[in-house]
Every structure is written in C-alpha cells, then in structure tokens.
Design a protein around this ligand. Structure first.
Ligand SMILES: [Cu+2]
Length: 361
C-alpha cells in the first residue's frame, strides 16, 4: 500500500512538474485570438498599428490535395497540393511579438505526408521537424513572431520538398510592426487595402505528342514532374493557381487616391514584379519592415524563397497590368494579373496631345 502511494505521489509530482513547465511558458499567460483566414487574393481583417499587447494568434489550416485546371484555354491540369484549397495558401497577419499558433490538419482523404516550414520562425527547420503529419493526423505548432516582415511558409517533407512546393504548398505570413509601417524617415504609412499574390513556377510533363499529361493522383505525376523540374524550365508561371486568375472577374480593384499593399510571394523561383502604368511608391522587395523601403521603383526583385511588399497610391484610372517583367514569363507563361482602377483621369500627369492618325507631310 505504501509503495503504491509513493508511486502515486511520484506520478503526481511528475505531472505537477510538467504543469510547472507549462505555467512558466510566457505565451500561456497571453490572450488568445482566432482570426478568420480568407482566400487569396484577399487578406484577413487586421489592424495596422495596434495598441493591443502581444497575443497568441490561433489559425487552422487544412491541407487539400486536388486536381486543378491551371490553363482554362487549353484545359491543362495539375495534381496540386494546397493549404486550405488555394494557391497560395491564405495570408496570415500578426504583429511583432505575437505568437502564431497553427493547427495543421491532413485529412484522411489525402494520400501524402505533409508539414509546414515558417520562414518567420526560429528552430526545428522552421517548424517542419515538429509538424510532420500523415493523412488522418493533425498537429499544433506555436512560435514567436519576433521579426517584422512578410515571410514565406511552405510544406517541406523530407526527400520531397521541391515537389510539394512547386505543386502549390506555400503562402505568406505578414508580421507587422506594432506601430505600423514607416517610410524612410520613420513617418507612418497606411494602406487602404491589401492583396496577396502568390507566384508559382509549374513543371507540367508532356507526352510523346507534345501534349500536357493528365494524372489521376499526385503520386502518379511525381516521376515525370521531377524530370521536368530538373530541367529548370517551368511550363507555366502563374499568379494564384492558374493563368488569368487575376484578370477579368478575378481582377484586383482599386480607386484613384487609394493606397494598396501588394504582397508577392514566390517560394521557389526569382521574380521581378512591375505595375504597368504605375510604380512601387514604397517597396520592401525582400519584405522585411525593419529595413527602409525603397522609393519610386519601376520593377523590383523578389528572390525565390521570399515574400516582398509594394505599396502604391493610384493616381490614374484604367486597367493596369501587374506582371513579372520577364515579359515571356508574364505573357507567354502566365505571370500576369490586372488591377481595375476607378476614378478621374489626370491630364497633368499624362495627356494624349495628338491621337494616333496618319503621318502629316
Ligand atoms: Cu506537402
């Protein structure tokens, strides 16, 4: 009996110690909030400057493997892997000093093991080593967002990292400074709306007749896709999952006088965004807000594996193209979208002095 009691006491002590460790964890004392993620190109509601104290911001993402059409004109398909069913995955927004607490779910309907690597986090391969989940499993990771900026997150399963990334598994986490964005002189900057654009270099295999192949499952596409990847020449380069995703009904919108923040992520390959007819008023091309923004950029450069940010206040109405300014990648391979801007034309900034007409002698 005595031995039994001692055993019980030891067990109680062990659980108390475990509890003690948890109690000492500073994140546990903080307020927890659960903002709602929204599908790209939109971004969850959030404050810019905030008076709130650091919090634990809880998110949930569910991994979905599915066949998608990447080029509606030709019906080309890809066996995609996604966070929350979209390419890119949803953009999460927190403030510096907050903790991100992600529940990652891999439903039994999927075939593959996945995980998540947050470039904003510190340790364990970005969280990848702590979040490996097979179909039918879920996991919860918490990390401190102690650096401001836009950061890629992506899947990174051992031995299959590039395939999962180029198949669609990436998105952006934006960590805002608690007092908001600042210009080069430290003056506050404010945006009226924010869009998130994920650029994806795709490697779709072709058959012996030169037609894009279609597969029933992701695993079936693996061998051929890897062959194309090793050639380093993408078959398509798309914004937000397919050619033309951000054109027509999917075009981004703005008004003259409105300031828009464009978040642009590219998890695997370099890109060089440009707004045709506009500029980058303030650009953090490498996405980290502790650095001063560059001004008046025509084209900026986002290294593969990075999410960058551009802020622009529209001054003219019309349809703008937002492109990767390797124009072959934009107009042949698909890396282009539109921004439809309403408002009044400004003749001082630009005027058609003589409309195109026959040459006068
Ligand atoms: Cu994955």
């Amino acid at each position: 009996m005595k031995v039994f009691r001692l055993c019980m006491a030891a067990t109680a002590l062990a659980s108390l110690l475990a509890g003690g460790v948890a109690l000492a964890d500073p994140a546990d004392k903080l307020e927890h909030i659960k903002p709602v993620l929204v599908a790209p190109p939109h971004v969850m509601e959030h404050e810019q400057a905030t008076k709130a104290k650091p919090r634990v911001v809880e998110f949930t993402m569910t991994i979905e493997e599915k066949k998608i059409v990447i080029d509606e004109e030709n019906g080309t398909t890809m066996q995609a892997m996604t966070f929350n069913g979209s390419m890119p995955g949803p953009t999460m927004v927190v403030h510096e000093g907050d903790y991100v607490q992600l529940t990652l779910i891999n439903p039994a309907t999927n075939a593959l093991e996945h995980n998540i690597d947050f470039h904003a986090s510190t340790g364990a391969l970005g969280g990848g080593a702590l979040t490996k989940i097979k179909p039918g499993e879920q996991t919860v990771l918490r990390f401190k967002a102690d650096r401001t900026g836009t950061f890629i997150y992506h899947c990174a399963p051992e031995g299959m990292v590039p395939w999962h990334v180029v198949s669609g598994m990436s998105g952006t986490l934006m960590v805002l400074p608690r007092d908001g964005l600042k210009d080069q002189d430290g003056k506050p900057l404010h945006y009226d709306k924010v869009y998130t654009i994920g650029e994806f270099d795709l490697y779709i295999p072709k058959d012996e007749n030169g037609n894009y192949k279609e597969y029933d499952t992701a695993l079936e596409s693996y061998g051929d896709t890897t062959e194309v990847m090793r050639g380093l020449i993408p078959s398509h380069i798309v914004f937000n999952g397919k050619k033309g995703a951000l054109t027509g009904a999917g075009a981004l919108t703005a008004k003259v006088g409105e300031t828009v923040l464009f978040i642009h992520s590219s998890a695997n390959r370099d890109t060089r965004p440009h707004l045709i007819g506009g500029h980058g008023d303030y650009v953090w091309a490498t996405g980290k807000f502790i650095n001063k923004p560059e001004r008046n950029l025509e084209t900026w450069f986002i290294p593969g594996g990075t999410a960058g940010v551009m802020m622009y206040t529209f001054k003219q109405p019309g349809i703008y193209a937002y492109v990767n300014h390797n124009l072959i990648e934009a107009f042949e391979l698909g890396a282009a979208g539109h921004v439809k801007v309403e408002g009044k034309w400004n003749d001082d900034l630009m005027k058609q002095v003589v409309a195109p007409s026959a040459i006068k002698n």
